[in-house]
Design a protein. Structure first.
Ligand SMILES: Cc1ncc(C[n+]2csc(CCOP(=O)(O)OP(=O)(O)O)c2C)c(N)n1
Ligand SMILES: Cc1ncc(C[n+]2csc(CCOP(=O)(O)OP(=O)(O)O)c2C)c(N)n1
Ligand SMILES: [Mg+2]
Ligand SMILES: [Mg+2]
Lengths: 413, 337, 337, 413
């Protein structure tokens, strides 16, 4: 017994604020836009560790694009306007589906509010044939790759227009043609699958790269580790995305992150270069994604990207965040709103205006509502044309084995 | 005596355990400040402090692995896996480590650990919020597997599980959390309030692990069920008018074979009901034991009603879920033989 | 025609698959340069190149998870888990992902993956080199589970498994790798050399998954077994002098129920043998199905001979392992009923 | 398609040499003894990242102890001589058990050859009550804590003197009283258990800390990740040891390590301070272990230690390393032999001599042989007094349930 030693104790990470206290992001450092250097993509990992501790930001408070990442990006106006449109579409879609769930047209829904930039922008770095392994909060990848939102709605309703035949929980979309791998309801599992997919591409002499996605909380899962081990071992052409939206249901990101400063730093244990990017900055996300994609395509190995953002809505329609965080916390989130930031940038550059924005919002909402009408004309969870329950027995195997045929018969089909 | 929902009964048991045994520690995803996505631990961190009830990173392996170490130290961890569907990442720790710790050390290290997890379907949860994984535990020697079907049982069995010197898998049928669901998804749910099996005494009581309960005495047919299916079976039996004995197993391992065989030898007929997929489900073990022990008394083959051998579907949930119609049909079939 | 050991037959199948199908890729712990701890892939990296057959980090989760992604890309991964006892860290990927990929995407993404693993005891491997985990796979819908018992079958079934469009668990009884072990650990092992079931044709042939083989025709009793236990059952039957039909299941899922019921309806008696622990083992499913399908033909309860419900012990291995004496005793018991 | 992009490919890590080529450690940097700085234990993690990339070495080629780690250590002669004796005991024990396995007195054995310093030295930093969660290659922890080697032999033979009743594979020892947690045959699983045990200690107001152990290859397992996540999140009083002996059966450590320089760097992804230590230097291991133990006891959180060494023998008695590495590779391993290095240091300091060393070796071997005789008098795997097979049914549960009682009866007991 050491008389000098204090009693042992554990540390329990806690959020800045809980209900009943004022939101507080004062210890959340927000680096200046444009300040982060942009090393060449083939810089050795150990010479760019600083990138995991700062933050790549392009858009400043005045809506101006700044710094070396902005210069290298050079995204033209049309692309930026398209990006804005993607984000607005996702936001309108979310609003309608949230409502549809409240109207019991579906069982469950998950919003992207505040995180729209990440998936909408990232898709821009990919090419046809590349494959995302998304989580449930990256529907922007689908929208930005031109997937019909009507079909997304059919998935949410599980109606006869759902390509997945109503088998999966709402929002767990899948589209091979759009580079969107079927989402699993299990956290983390697809991170290593993305690595395996990219290995398969490289082993096949193909050109496609993969992008893995995971939430801040889910980095604690084992699959995350396996992915980093394999990606590092074989120098796999994959982009390893972490979406740090500060919360994992009711659990603050610090519980998963531990005593390290950032999630991006996780890459350093494996010699994987890591970027930390302002996830509410559409341009910064495109810039970081392209840098990482170039590394993958040039056989320079994996890149890890931590996208820093804030989950402005509840975790899902089953969640009420006011039980565990101040309800006005989102308003004081220091990285702002991704839609507003890109909008203001475009207005500042004179290619957009408040009026055109309002008009675009209305148009997009009308389009979403129109798609919704068509989807609902097919059916919703409890009404209209739904996949026949007989289909429940299909696709368990390529060919239905005898015992399933017997069971289908017993079930009356 | 108060009536409680199953959630309240579980919370009451946990509260009591925390109060009476300083070794008890709860942790899991969102179980701390928030009190769990089903609110089974709501208020317990506030009452007992963060060191007794805390949030963990999202790693089921980590949760169970850390709990094993803690149990070996001498504490009594009671951990929550957010849904039984998410127990697979922890399966290695459960099977290879918790279950065999006492055996491989000849008792030098032990693992008094309770792993709670909401189980089963009926809430439109799709394939990852609906699974019934009990057969994956009953095949693992060294574990005990418990599935309560009432608030009263939930409290008594959970307190017994926490006091048990060995690892216990405690499966909570989420469809029963708020009411004794009878399988008719198109009728209003009965609440637990006022239900006799929801009368929960204050204070500590134990229901011994390994003892079944006869939920309905009968002479013509024995129905074996557990968890949600107990209520479905009762509804089905009522509909058929068959004088069936409905046995609620409560503990799957160790199994109360005595109660089962006594009944089947008397009735000569047996139907087994569970939600999990049929093939290699726990019903297989029950059928194998019943035919072996009651062979000369059986007047019809033992029938199993179970989830179909497909993943748990989302929109077709009620075609998948073994409801009163399917159970009743099986009972009638067995009676006709 | 050459006779081969089971290891050689497996290697031959893998070599052929690598040669004929450029999508086939092998990987796992020590399978690359060294050729696997049981040498099933010896020489294949040297012959086909490191990109076709390579070593992985020690992460069963990583091996299977990466293989799933690769299979979804369009390759045909054939991975090795060094011992079935070490499949648990990969269990989540197998159950939650590989098994349900086709279903949850309505066929858009599929998972043509073979997971090979040495299974079973009899080599003084203790609890972590002896387990038989098949029942943990047969409960998982979407998987096929194969257990060969001869070199000829091993090659034909493995080639069929690799060509199968769905995930296949391929369990290789390690006790049979070098000879058809008959359960008498105190007698010299018979080698495969010269054994008729070890005659392995050159080139490709498939044995369809889902077809059992009758290893010994008989009229008085049906013995169901797979893997090592086929040889133990044959030895036991020979010792008893009972005219038993010994059925080698070969594929557990999908099960060849037809062959089983045809036999049991004829013999009226059934003994099931497996190494895995009894409770919730695959024997339970077999017994449940046999009693359901052959109820009116059965003249005695279906008996199961299995590993005891304890972890696999080291020094007491031969008291644990179901040997000819226990199987013969069960056969006699069933005949006497 | 990018015409400039090269075809995608993977990288496959390979060892320096394979059978038929000459051993080659020329790209293995061996930092000078005494060169590594020794920061105060409460230095913030981000200010001592260099410790993960160099190597703490105390004993130089001339057998002299050098540098700040040596100065802080100040291990007296008696302790050093005892350390030498522990290593010699382990080596003699290994030799005898290897032989016993070849004589079929047991089924299996695993040696420590070349790695003796690590476990023998580490134990010196622990106190009664502390708990190791070892792998199969740390029997030195037992020897250094005074566990009777005769009892170890009984475990290897699985005879009636085996406290584990013959249930476990040889070498999977267990002794609570000696702070040696039961070894699992599953790689990695115990790493997170060590963290949980230390959490249990802290939550109970106890003073005991834990030490986790894992091999280089096994760091790829999921449990390793879970352990780092939990240790980092709660700042757990645990020492996380990685024994990098260059090989995982036939697989070179680079396959698990990937593109990162060292295994120690794994800690940095979690903000966990990491030391890299010359594992063949008894004094360096004690010094590093004490530094880490002090951190744990002072609630400064976990420390990761990579012990660099070389597995000089086969993986186990089932392994023939000449199939995958040059048989003379061990001879060119640049960190030398741990026994010889401590011996030479003691001789250089004048407290030991070649003669006394030879005499000690002989004495120790005689002692080991004597213990072996006594163990064998009880029994070996196939002969003598062994636990009754009836015991096979004990300890599955605290109380034997009815189905097991039935089965035991059926088995004839
Ligand atoms: C294996 C597994 N464990 C637990 C869950 C339950 N769960 C669903 S979402 C979630 C939180 C995830 O948080 P994070 O990774 O940060 O993603 P976010 O929701 O913030 O996008 C949890 C615990 C799950 N789906 N899968
Ligand atoms: C989960 C699991 N997977 C695989 C194995 C088989 N196995 C035993 S030792 C070993 C190599 C371990 O290498 P390393 O971690 O470097 O430890 P070392 O043997 O070098 O001390 C392997 C693959 C195992 N025991 N457990
Ligand atoms: Mg999150
Ligand atoms: Mg090693």
């Amino acid at each position: 017994m050491d008389p000098a030693a204090p009693p042992l104790r554990l540390t329990f990470g806690a959020p800045h604020a809980r209900p009943g206290t004022a939101p507080d992001f004062s210890d959340f450092p927000v680096p200046e836009a444009g300040a982060m250097r942009r090393p060449p993509v083939d810089t050795p990992a150990e010479e760019m560790r600083d990138l995991a501790f700062g933050m790549i930001r392009i858009l400043d408070d005045a809506g101006e694009a700044r710094g070396p990442w902005a210069e290298a990006l050079a995204l033209d106006d049309a692309a930026q306007l398209e990006g804005l449109r993607h984000m607005l579409t996702l936001r309108a879609y979310d609003a309608r589906m949230l409502l549809a769930q409240r109207q019991q047209k579906t069982s469950f829904y998950m919003q992207h509010l505040g995180e729209e930039a990440i998936s909408c922008a990232f898709q821009r770095a990919l090419r046809p044939g590349d494959m995302n392994f998304p989580t449930y909060r990256q529907a922007g990848l689908l929208i930005a790759s031109g997937y019909p939102i009507g079909t997304m709605m059919c998935q949410v309703y599980g109606n006869d227009g759902d390509p997945g035949r109503g088998r999966q929980l709402p929002v767990l979309y899948s589209s091979k043609a759009h580079g969107f791998f079927s989402i699993s309801g299990n956290l983390g599992t697809q991170y290593i699958q993305a690595v395996g997919w990219a290995m398969g591409s490289a082993l096949s002499g193909a050109e496609a790269i993969a992008a893995a996605w995971i939430g801040d909380g889910s980095t604690a899962e084992s699959d995350f580790h396996a992915a980093l081990v394999f990606a590092s071992s074989y120098r796999v052409p994959v982009i390893l995305n972490i979406v740090n939206n500060q919360w994992a249901i009711s659990t603050y990101q610090e519980v998963a992150r531990g005593s390290v400063g950032t999630f991006a730093a996780r890459g350093h244990g494996f010699g994987i270069p890591a970027l930390r990017v302002d996830g509410n900055d559409y341009l910064a996300v495109v810039a970081a994604a392209r840098w990482a994609a170039e590394r993958a395509r040039r056989n320079l190995g994996p890149t890890l990207i931590e996208h820093v953002t804030y989950r402005a809505a509840g975790h899902s329609t089953s969640d009420d965040p006011s039980a565990y965080r101040p309800s006005d916390e989102g308003a004081s989130w220091p990285l702002g709103d991704p839609v507003a930031r890109l909008r203001d940038h475009l207005i500042a550059r004179g290619v957009w205006s408040a009026e055109r924005h309002a008009q675009a919002e209305a148009e997009i909402l009308a389009g979403v509502i129109e798609a919704q009408k068509q989807a609902e004309a097919i059916g919703t969870l409890h009404q209209g044309r739904r996949p026949s329950p007989a289909e429940m027995f299909d696709d368990v195997y390529a060919e239905m084995p005898p015992h399933l045929r017997r069971q289908r018969q017993q079930a009356g089909f | 005596m108060a009536t409680m929902t199953m959630i309240e009964a579980i919370r009451d048991a946990l509260d009591l355990a925390l109060t009476e045994d300083s070794r008890v520690t709860l942790f899991g995803e969102d179980v701390g400040y928030f009190g769990g996505v089903f609110r089974c631990t709501a208020g317990l961190q506030q009452k007992h402090g963060v060191a007794r009830c805390f949030d963990t990173p999202i790693s089921e392996l980590g949760i169970v692995g850390a709990a094993i170490g803690m149990a070996a130290f001498g504490r009594r961890p009671v951990v929550e896996i957010q849904f039984a569907d998410y127990m697979y990442p922890a399966y290695d720790q459960i099977v290879s480590e918790a279950a065999r710790m006492r055996y491989r050390t000849a008792g030098e290290f032990t693992c008094p650990l309770v792993v709670r997890m909401p189980t089963g379907g009926g809430i439109f949860g799709g394939q990852t919020h609906s699974q019934s994984t009990e057969a994956l535990f009953t095949h693992v020697t060294g574990l005990k597997t418990v599935v309560p079907s009432t608030p009263y049982d939930a409290k008594g069995l959970l307190l017994a599980a926490i006091d048990d010197p060995d690892p216990v898998i405690f499966l909570e049928p989420k469809r029963l959390y708020n009411g004794p669901f009878d399988g008719h998804h198109d009728r209003p749910v009965t609440p637990w309030r006022g239900h006799p099996l929801a009368e929960v005494p204050k204070g500590r009581y134990h229901l011994p692990l390994g003892q079944a309960a006869i939920r309905r005495a009968g002479t013509q047919l024995t129905v074996l069920a557990y968890g949600t299916m107990v209520h479905v079976a009762l509804a089905a039996v009522a509909e058929t008018g068959i004088d069936a004995e409905v046995i609620d197993l409560r503990t799957l391992l160790p199994l109360d074979l005595e109660t089962i065989t006594t009944s089947v030898r008397r009735t000569g007929r047996c139907v087994i009901v569970h939600e999990a997929t049929l093939t290699s489900g726990f019903g297989a073990e029950l059928a194998a034991q019943v035919q072996a022990e009651c062979f000369w008394h059986l007047e019809a083959p033992v029938e199993r009603v179970a989830g179909w051998d497909t993943p748990y579907p989302h929109t077709a949930e009620w075609d998948y879920f073994p409801g009163p119609a399917r159970v009743a049909a099986a009972c009638r079939r067995v009676m006709e033989t």
